[in-house]
Design a protein around this ligand. Structure first.
Ligand code: C2E
Ligand code: MG
Ligand code: MG
Ligand code: MG
Length: 288
């Protein structure tokens, strides 16, 4: 028996590796013509005013619906798309589709349409020479006021090539769009990036929100909110899952947030229904 166990181990390990490599190869192959096969969709997660409960905007989040494998989440294919340089067409699809949808909402929902549309941008997209033109054209095509659009980049993305980042972000600012730092606090050079780049919004990573039952984290969140205020930045807390987390963020003066407590990311039609019915928990449910 002991002998069998010894032999077993490397086989299992090998199998795991092979499965991983196979999965990657599979995703690579399937990704190649994912756009022409029309399998990519955007979901939209509401961003809410934590005091009033007002609906403030949406974050567009990509989903890949594969005919055999079902839903493949972005964490499983975005980095592969990036390595294969497919992130440029995928990223352009996302920008176009999100703006097309916002254009529709502005027509059908009028003043209830999302005031802010947040779109995630990857490193290769930010460093690609066409980004500013792509953004400019898509805003014009769908008649979207530039101040409605937020491009979300992480600290590590903007720190990768500071020079390109500074000049591209400045160009984007000239168009009038907003720059959000996504997953703020998980990167390594948080504070200097706040001075060196033209940033409008800090998105507090959900790890902070999750750990917010610990004293030191609470003080850190509070300090970050004060810092953001002093720098004239808005703060959006990510990953608010329960009333306790919401109550704490409210008490700390965080104005905006998103998370499963309010709503999971939804398909466009469901978001529309939720907006019309104001179908999410009111912040007063947090008991503050
Ligand atoms: P992100 O931009 O930080 O997006 C937030 C993620 O947190 C989303 O995961 C969202 O579904 C999830 N989330 C929201 N509320 C909660 C909550 O209360 N609890 C928990 N546990 N999770 C919550 P998702 O959609 O799987 O996306 C993962 C990441 O993939 C995104 O993180 C973003 O970095 C990337 N991504 C998504 N869509 C795109 C895209 O269109 N382009 C690029 N380049 N990256 C994308
Ligand atoms: Mg994001
Ligand atoms: Mg994030
Ligand atoms: Mg994230």
């Amino acid at each position: 028996e002991a002998k069998a166990a010894k032999v077993d181990r490397p086989i299992v390990f090998d199998q795991v590796l092979r499965d991983k490599a196979q999965k990657r190869l599979y995703i690579e192959n399937e990704l190649r013509d994912v756009i022409s096969r029309d399998e990519l969709t955007l979901f939209y997660q509401p961003i809410v005013d934590l005091e009033s409960g007002d609906f403030r905007g949406v974050e567009a989040l990509i989903r890949w619906f594969h005919p055999e494998s079902g839903m493949i989440p972005p964490d499983e294919f975005i980095s592969i798309a990036e390595e294969m340089d497919l992130i440029i067409p995928v990223g352009n699809f996302v920008l176009n589709e999100a703006c097309r949808q916002l254009n529709r909402w502005r027509k059908t929902l009028g003043p209830l349409a999302p005031a802010n549309l947040h779109v995630n941008v990857s490193r290769k997209q930010l460093e690609h020479p066409t980004l500013v033109t792509v953004v400019k054209n898509v805003l014009r095509k769908y008649e979207i006021p530039p101040e409605c659009l937020h491009l979300e980049v992480t600290e590590s993305i903007i720190m990768h090539d500071r020079e390109i980042s500074v000049s591209t972000l400045n160009e984007l600012k000239k168009l009038g769009v907003n720059i959000d730092v996504d997953d703020f606090g998980t990167g390594y050079s948080s504070l200097s990036c706040l001075c060196d780049f033209p940033i409008d919004v800090l998105k507090l990573d959900r790890e902070f929100v999750k750990k917010s039952d610990r004293d030191r984290e609470v003080m850190l969140i509070e300090a970050l909110i004060i810092l953001a205020e002093k720098l004239g930045l808005e703060v959006i807390a990510e990953g608010i899952e329960n009333a306790e987390q919401l109550a704490l963020l409210q008490a700390l003066g965080c104005r905006l947030g998103q998370g499963y407590f309010f709503s999971k990311p939804l398909i466009a039609a469901d978001l529309e229904q939720a907006i019309l019915k104001e179908d999410w928990p009111s912040p007063s449910m947090a008991g503050v």
